[in-house]
Design a protein around this ligand. Structure first.
Ligand code: 5RP
Length: 269
């Protein structure tokens, strides 16, 4: 691996080999997602506790100050929406020149394995890796399931992660599932856990993050379960304790409760 590639990976994956990526890319297919209507306001208090920001170029340019030192993982795929025919029908929306211009530490895109657009999205990944490797930019593959959340089992996710790694992704993002070690075991590159839709309790989130880490994930790329929480800073601090502090679920819950008492409840609109 060349110095540039190693350096970019070291910016997003910390010295302990772990990472907490903060995704705010949801608007690229969901529009103004709840609590992300004003991305700048949502993300500001979370930046000090995040290792990288997963974001589109539009939100980056319009909502994030260029003075911020947080590494950027640029979302470069899209072309579909919640109200369109098929979320899986994605293409590449953003060039590698743009990623370089925006000083991105990495680029990220979705693959939809098992969908009608499997081949198209896997070829998108191959082409992106071809270009990104030229400039030493790591690619994070997002193993997306579209609306079919029931697809989240170890056998399917292990297949997706392995294929994405085979095509050249340097990091793979996937959902947590039972027997998560099976997903990690067959994947030769680091795996990070996505959050998915908001779950009912904070403990549930902390439990699946803890379980995923114990079973071999290197971190999370987890958005809604942090910034849709009524206490996002408490939540990110609790998750950070599991990731970088190797904390237990009980310790993380305690951190959540302590910080919550000092944090103003996020305004519900
Ligand atoms: C959306 C994404 C998100 O980055 C990913 O799903 C993580 O966010 P969340 O924890 O809210 O699911 O790729 O397309």
């Amino acid at each position: 691996m060349d110095w540039g590639m190693k350096n970019r990976l070291a910016r997003i994956i910390k010295e302990d080999g772990r990472c907490l990526f903060m995704p705010i890319d949801h608007g690229y297919f969901q529009g103004p997602t709840s609590k992300l209507e004003k991305p700048a306001e949502t993300v500001k208090p979370l930046l000090p506790y995040s290792d990288a920001l997963f974001v589109t170029r539009g939100t980056l340019r319009s909502c994030i100050s260029p003075g911020e030192s947080i590494p950027i993982i640029l979302r470069v795929s899209g072309g579909t929406s919640m109200v369109g025919k098929d979320l899986a029908n994605e293409g590449i929306t953003t060039s590698i020149k743009e990623a370089i211009r925006l000083n991105a530490a990495a680029v990220g895109m979705s693959v939809f394995i098992g969908s009608e657009y499997e081949k198209q999205t896997l070829l998108n990944l191959g082409n992106l890796v071809n270009e990104a490797e030229e400039y030493g930019i790591p690619v994070m593959a997002v193993t997306a399931v579209g609306r079919e959340l029931e697809k989240r089992d170890a056998r399917y996710l292990a297949l997706c992660c392995r294929i994405a790694a085979e095509i050249g992704a340097k990091v793979v993002k996937t959902y947590w599932c039972e027997n998560f070690e099976k997903v990690v075991y067959g994947c030769p590159v680091p795996v990070v856990i996505a959050g998915g839709p908001k779950v009912d309790t904070e403990r549930e989130v902390l439990e699946f993050v803890h379980d995923g880490m114990e079973r071999g994930a290197i971190g999370v790329n987890l958005g809604r379960n942090i910034w849709q929480s009524p206490y996002p800073v408490a939540m990110v601090k609790a998750i950070r304790h599991i990731i970088h502090g190797s904390g237990t679920v009980d310790e993380a819950v305690e951190i959540y409760n302590n910080v919550k008492n000092t944090e103003q409840k996020a305004v519900v609109v």
